[in-house]
Design a protein around this ligand. Structure first.
Ligand code: GUN
Ligand code: ZN
Length: 418
């Protein structure tokens, strides 16, 4: 049996192209796979037996993709400090130490995935803490929530409190067991990412082992790169023989097509070119970049040089769970106005690409999973009807007034989660 979702459908087709269908039908099979996106006037085809989810007057968009999120930081969101390194030391490390308690870890994981789904996010790349048990728990809770999640145990073996560091061999052995247990589970909704925190907290041996492990299993890598000037200065001290920050990761085999790099704010042109050539992806986290005064991600230059970009909340340095708000801030942070089509792309299809799931999610092409969000947008449109609003205006209003959109329903692979 198929299910028809009817409403006003909006999705990204490319960085500079989106489609708005005022009265459309998404035809989804019983596996939750999209068979067809058509105008309502075209259907139904003969012999189709169907359930109906009639959401006329509502906007149906693809599930949003948050490409950078920290589970153990959800209870310290918004506690301002100075910049990155001080903030980590004064607020974040203590919060992450508490993740050693499985009860706390489970509660945070559950609230993380529920909070993301409530914001319309159906896929996330998340950092756990350095705790192996907490990371297993995060996977259990992601599976239970039904969200798509790429999750990593945070690797650290220096420059942090004792409770947060561990020997490289233990960190890598536990990551291996996580991969063997969880990677590809829950019909492929779960993935393990090898997750060195950043160069400062990782010895060369740990970085190298992380690169080898990711290569051995073909799993994604997520880390932070070039977020803050103080961070970069410390990297230069710790790795005096590396010509730049990017090389610290390159020589460990950490830069490739499956690499997700949060921030990438202060790279020089040569570093951006090398990342682009390797097929890595940068994650733009404007809310976090404002909050920690990290600087401005060179969005247009990075894209012009061929670097793939996605969008992240970076909770808990980011303060908003909503990728719609990240799109808005992503525009405001730039000097030049950003095309709304690009902002939509970053939060959907670009994120899908970053997480390695472009063939499965990110828009409504046939063959992809029906990960979708039903939005009530009456207030955003200030009394206009959704069907009569021009596509470019509607998209711009959605992005810039996204905090007024109500997330009414959320589906992953055709299964209603909210
Ligand atoms: N760099 C290393 N760790 C972190 C973190 O937890 N948050 C952010 N924003 N940057 C980091
Ligand atoms: Zn981060």
């Amino acid at each position: 049996m198929t299910t028809i979702y009817r409403g006003t459908v909006l999705h990204s087709l490319a960085p500079d192209r989106f489609e708005l269908r005022p009265d459309a039908e998404l035809v989804v099979d019983d596996q939750g796979t999209i068979l067809e996106l058509r105008d309502a006037s075209e259907g139904p085809t003969e012999g189709e037996t169907q359930g109906s989810v009639d959401r006329r007057g509502r906007l149906i968009v693809p599930g949003l993709v948050d490409a950078h999120f920290h589970i153990p930081q959800i209870d310290v969101i918004g506690i301002a400090s100075r910049q990155l390194i001080d903030w980590l030391r004064e607020h974040i490390f203590a919060a992450e130490i508490a993740n050693a308690d499985p009860v706390i870890a489970r509660d945070r994981a559950r609230r993380s995935f529920q909070g993301l789904l409530a914001s319309g996010t159906t896929a996330v790349a998340a950092f756990s803490s350095r705790h192996t048990e907490a990371t297993h728990i995060a996977f259990e809770e992601a599976e239970r929530a039904g969200i798509r999640a790429l999750i990593g145990k945070v690797l650290m073996d220096r420059e942090a409190p004792d409770a947060l560091i561990e020997p490289a061999e233990t960190a890598l052995a536990d990551t291996r067991s996580l991969i063997e247990h969880w990677h590809g589970r829950a019909e492929g909704r779960l993935a393990v990412a090898v997750t060195p925190r950043f160069g400062i907290t990782c010895s060369d041996a740990l970085l190298l082992g992380a690169g080898q492990l990711a290569e051995e299993f073909g799993v994604p890598i997520q880390t932070h790169l070039s977020e803050n000037k103080g961070e970069i200065a410390r990297i230069a001290e710790l790795f005096p023989d590396a010509k730049d920050y990017t090389e610290v990761y390159e020589r460990a085999g950490l830069i490739g097509e499956r690499t997700i790099l949060a921030h990438c704010i202060h790279l020089d042109g040569c570093e951006i070119d090398r990342l682009a050539a390797a097929g890595a992806c940068a994650v733009y986290c404007p809310d976090s970049n404002f909050f920690l005064h990290s600087g401005r991600f060179p969005l247009l230059e990075s894209r012009k040089r061929g670097l793939d970009v996605a969008l992240g909340s970076d909770i808990g340095a980011g303060t908003s769970w909503s990728l719609l708000e990240a799109m808005k801030m992503g525009n405001y942070m730039q000097v030049e106005p950003v095309d709304p089509a690009l902002l939509l792309f970053l939060g959907t299809l670009g994120g899908a690409r970053a997480l390695g799931w472009e063939d499965r999610i990110g828009n409504f092409l046939p063959g992809k999973a029906a990960d979708l969000v039903v939005l009530e947008v009456e207030e955003i449109l200030s009394g206009r009807s959704i069907e009569s609003t021009a596509p470019a205006e509607l998209l711009s209003m959605l992005i810039h007034r996204g905090h007024r959109a109500r997330v009414e329903e959320v589906y992953v692979a055709g299964k209603r989660l909210r």
